[in-house]
Design a protein around this ligand. Sequence first.
Ligand SMILES: O=P(O)(O)OC[C@H]1O[C@H](O)[C@H](O)[C@@H](O)[C@@H]1O
Length: 710
Amino acid sequence: MYRAQFPFPPYFPYGTPPALFAHPSPLPASPAAMNLASPLPSSGWYSPSPALSSAPVGAAYGFGMPSPARPAAYPSPLVAMSFSPAQPGPPAFHPPAYSPLAAYSPFARRAHHMPPPPSSPSMRGLRSRAAAGAARASAAAAANGISMSAITPQIRPRPAFTISRLETAAYEGQKPGTSGLRKKVAVMQQPNYVANFVQAIFDAVDDLAGATLVVGGDGRFYNDVVIQLIVRMAAANGVGKLIVGQNGILSTPAVSALVRDFGAAGGIILTASHNPGGPDGDLGIKYNIGNGGPAPDAVTAAIYDATKSISRILTADDIDDIALATPARYTFAGSDFEVQVVDSVANYVDNMKRIFDFPAISSLLTSGSFSMVFDAMHGVTGPYATAVLVDELGAPPSSVINGTPLPDFGGGHPDPNLTYAHDLVELMNSGKYDFGAASDGDGDRNMVLGNQFFVNPSDSVAIIAAHANDTIPFFARSPLTGLARSMPTSQALDRVAAHLGLELYETPTGWKYFGSLMDAGLISICGEESFGQSSVHIREKDGLWAVLAWLSILAANPGSSVEDICTRHWASYGRNYFTRYDFEEVDSDGAAELMARLVRKLDSWVGGKLDAGYVVRHADEFAYVDPVNGARASNQGIRFLFDDGSRIVFRLSGTGSSGATIRVYIEQYEPDASEASTPASEKLAPLVNLALSMSRMEEYTGRTEPTVIT
Ligand SMILES: O=P(O)(O)OC[C@H]1O[C@H](O)[C@H](O)[C@@H](O)[C@@H]1O
């Protein structure tokens, strides 16, 4: 009988160590099943699952433990467990600091406040190790200095699988939005709903046979089920290799980095980003292409077309759940298909170390005169933030709050803005911290705050770009080539581009439009008003990257506060005042009529004098032709450009899952530095009122107030 034991008290994070305990019959099918489905009894033994019994001596798994504070939630910190199939009776016990799990799982290390294992193989050294494996991904990984065998030393052979062809019928409405397919969990849980969409990806995307795909998600409810489904369908559809994040968790920027570093054909990201999670929340599936970025319109259109005519699903239902808790490689008899579970954090941390001056940032964070707090909002970024900010840069562990990924984000709305990141906003308003930041469910968005000071995301990208060449080693080595922003984002970035003599590209909303510009070397940094900034290091926006960029600026300007940095920027460039009003989940028909009326009246407003003396110089529906590949995108928002340079933009959100969300973007330029400290709400009030009256917002939506103001 194989036995399992939980670790000694010092490693149990909640004070009272669990005694040994048994899992009730029937046995769970896999560690993953235990992790997610089982109430934990108070004492006894776990009996082995089939997956455990085939593991080698000394292997270790991590399991989710409900936190006493949140008994209904799963999986909170991992508990390391070691077992020895060779020994009868109680197992040989390996303290987690020296177990393979501790060595390969930053999650487990951090959950138990363990130091990096001194004598175990360290993730940090992976890049220098010899590459292994003949598969394409291994070769690409080797080219990037990553050793696949070092990341996942254990090969776990599985029996052969059989491919089944299941009849299915198309669902309507599987059209991806701004960033993938997002629906309520209940919609996604309909029979074959997710399987249809996944099959559509395999059918629509060329060259996936024999290719490598990266799969991971933000840990939200139902991710675990969908990952196992993708494994079975990938096997049946001839995919060569799946790289899966440990515990199924990967931030969106981490997926982008893995796709690029491992030469994968693409990635499937399970996230609805900043939308709420849990059984009543949203689920999302997004396909990224081989450059690591979101699929462009042509690919999402092909996937959507495939969903409309789908009639069969290919799956290998006899593949048992993959144990996602431990890095390992799963091979299958009679097939080249392989699943590789990788550390979710290590590759990302390595990349950040190559981009930023970690010693300089660390000096700031450990100087004793600087304090920061990072709110992961119970999204995916907690483990990444802890690895980077705490483990690498020396910030105190308390610097990361809400750092445990939870399937329902703790009941919150994981959107890092002034409304939903209220824990962070309160802390920053208390005046105790110099720097604050938050990121969203999947870690691509961020919000940056100073002491009682908000940095508008449009300003954030401009300020990062203005300082990049001087403060970020990555750009010292490869100076900025050009800059880009989405159309509604303020034109603060345009002024930096002009100052640096760089081209500025204005794209439609959606990160997918930056990819071709980056691939062609036309831009190095880009950003969106929707709390996103990133660079050419990957093809997604990257919340933690933006935080490190800000810390780099602060480290290079000793004694300057976040507010000082912004004020000096406005003094040099003038201030592009910007605000966004969101009218969330309004009636879809009313929203469509509001937009249609604005389009009908576009021309009639041009040249006329409106309230507060504003004169419309130009009005249109924004359309874009990609300068690299000629792809066209139309109907990308209605914009009114005024003769003083101000703008009002109306756009329907493409990321919601119910009703419609109208976004109103307002911008006004103030060249006079002495005027730059007026609050944005005051400065922009006349334009806001004009926007609301031009659109007849109340008449069409019944709303007098927005739900969110940025
Ligand atoms: O369509 P919206 O709700 O305005 O959201 C727009 C945003 O959606 C996602 O987050 C994309 O990754 C962003 O690139 C985009 O800016």
